[in-house]
Design a protein around this ligand. Structure first.
Ligand SMILES: Cc1ncc(COP(=O)(O)O)c(C=O)c1O
Length: 431
């Protein structure tokens, strides 16, 4: 595949844009590509190469690229002021739609990125419970803010023993006392969660998790874990918080809380809710969210409730809610077919691998392990094989997230799936 124009643009970008990319996560192998267009499930780069895309801008493009109703709504909205910094009716319309779709959403608030939404949830939980500690789980990602980037991708040595793990800072320059306000526990282990809550009795404000561990290989919760974790959080006087920035408006119209039937006290959403524009949401109990209005919790944001973002969300949510969530059901069905076929293809080629997750977000792990339940289980994954797999797939026109994750949109068709599997068959043969 020829990437000459991308190479030239990257060279030019490095002269002005730090690192040449807008997020260090995007500086990926074999090189960051420059894109020039896309429609449905396909993207085209500046060299004219076409890809079936499973990266979906890292999740947001749930309706695929160039969705006509979304484009029309954005055009319409673009003829009005881009921002008011004041109230407008779309705020109510979108909040009401989220309320109707998401079980925990007694009230909602709008922010612009998932990281911001997490910051607000941390603050609300701490204010509401008058406690300092956030209990999170190893390998879960809740954005890059100081208070959230803890024990995201630590090594085994950094984490220490499974039954008494250490919280690990994620970045140079992060305030060191972030770890004093955060407790990390292994996921999918109710016994260890209870032990941790007991150890920090009376101090934990929130038990927070990705309800499907999408950021460490799309691992599913074990039976009863979500309900058990919620019950334990409440037993110890803490709030239960789901970070649904990935699962939200993807696994089901009402997110993982609808899919698994466990309603948290608070939840964060981002990515898919805006269909590709910057928008994030905090949803949850009215008594907690109302702490921002007379309860002493300070919260702001110039772009909160931005009309362009909400115009996109309005259409995206209509599409996802239509016919009882038919579009997402179909996307999850097509995705589950690809996921299951990937497993069979790996077996056919004698390559030890697991494919974990749900239809619209799953990941391939090159590992000899039979079961993957927790971040620690993924540390045996063969990252060299993954790297070769990703590059070979890209060269055959299939773009996958650099950690082996596949996102599927409502625009992916059976024909896309068949073409993908044909390419992956050849990729696996070449490894
Ligand atoms: C589960 C989860 N929470 C929070 C975030 C942060 O969102 P953003 O990148 O919009 O700040 C992400 C981003 O990938 C995420 O996956």
């Amino acid at each position: 595949m020829n990437w000459d124009k991308s190479k030239a643009l990257l060279e030019r970008a490095r002269g002005s844009l730090a690192g040449g990319v807008s997020s260090p996560f995007r500086a990926k192998a074999p090189m960051p590509l420059y894109f020039a267009g896309g429609s449905g499930a396909r993207l085209e780069d500046v060299d004219g190469n076409r890809y079936i895309d499973y990266q979906l801008a890292w999740g947001p493009m749930i309706l695929g690229y160039g969705h006509p109703k979304l484009a029309e709504a954005m055009h319409r909205q673009a003829s009005l002021p881009f921002s008011y910094g004041a109230q407008h009716e779309l705020e109510i319309s979108v909040a009401e739609k989220i309320q109707a779709m998401v079980p925990c959403a007694e009230r909602v608030a709008f922010t612009s990125s998932g990281s911001e939404a997490v910051q607000l949830v941390h603050r609300l939980a701490r204010a509401f419970t008058r406690r300092d500690l956030i209990l999170k789980f190893e390998g879960h990602y809740h954005g890059w803010m100081d208070s959230a980037l803890i024990s995201y991708k630590p090594s085994l040595e950094q984490m220490g023993p499974l039954d008494s793990p250490r919280s690990v800072l994620g970045s140079c320059g992060q305030v060191a006392n972030a770890i004093e306000n955060t407790v990390a526990a292994p996921w999918n282990r109710l016994d260890l969660l209870e032990r941790t809550l007991e150890e920090h009795k009376g101090r934990v404000a929130a038990v927070m998790m990705e309800p499907v561990l999408c950021n460490s290989g799309c691992l599913l919760p074990t039976d009863g874990f979500l309900a058990g974790a919620k019950a334990l959080a409440h037993k110890y006087g803490a709030l239960c918080v789901f970070d649904e920035v990935i699962t939200g408006f993807r696994i089901a119209p009402g997110g993982a809380q609808e899919h698994f039937g466990v309603t948290p006290d608070l939840a964060t959403f981002g990515k898919a809710v805006g269909g590709g524009v910057p928008l994030s949401v905090i949803a949850g109990r009215a008594d907690v969210l109302n702490m921002m209005f007379g309860g002493g919790v300070v919260f702001g944001g110039t772009f909160n409730g931005n009309p362009l973002s909400l115009a996109a969300a309005d259409v995206t949510l209509d599409e996802l809610a239509r016919d009882g969530g038919a579009l997402l059901r179909e996307a999850n069905r097509i995705g589950a077919g690809i996921r299951d076929s990937l497993r069979s293809l790996a077996r056919k080629h004698g390559i030890p691998a697991q494919v974990t997750g749900f239809g619209t977000a799953f990941a391939i792990h090159f590992t000899g392990r039979e079961e993957l339940n927790d971040y620690r289980d993924t540390l045996d994954d063969n990252t060299d094989t993954l790297r070769r797999f990703l590059i070979a797939a890209l060269e055959r026109g299939v773009q996958i997230v650099p950690d082996g994750r596949f996102y599927v949109s409502t625009a992916h068709t059976e024909a896309d799936a068949a073409e993908t599997l044909d390419a992956i068959d050849r990729v696996l043969a070449s490894l």
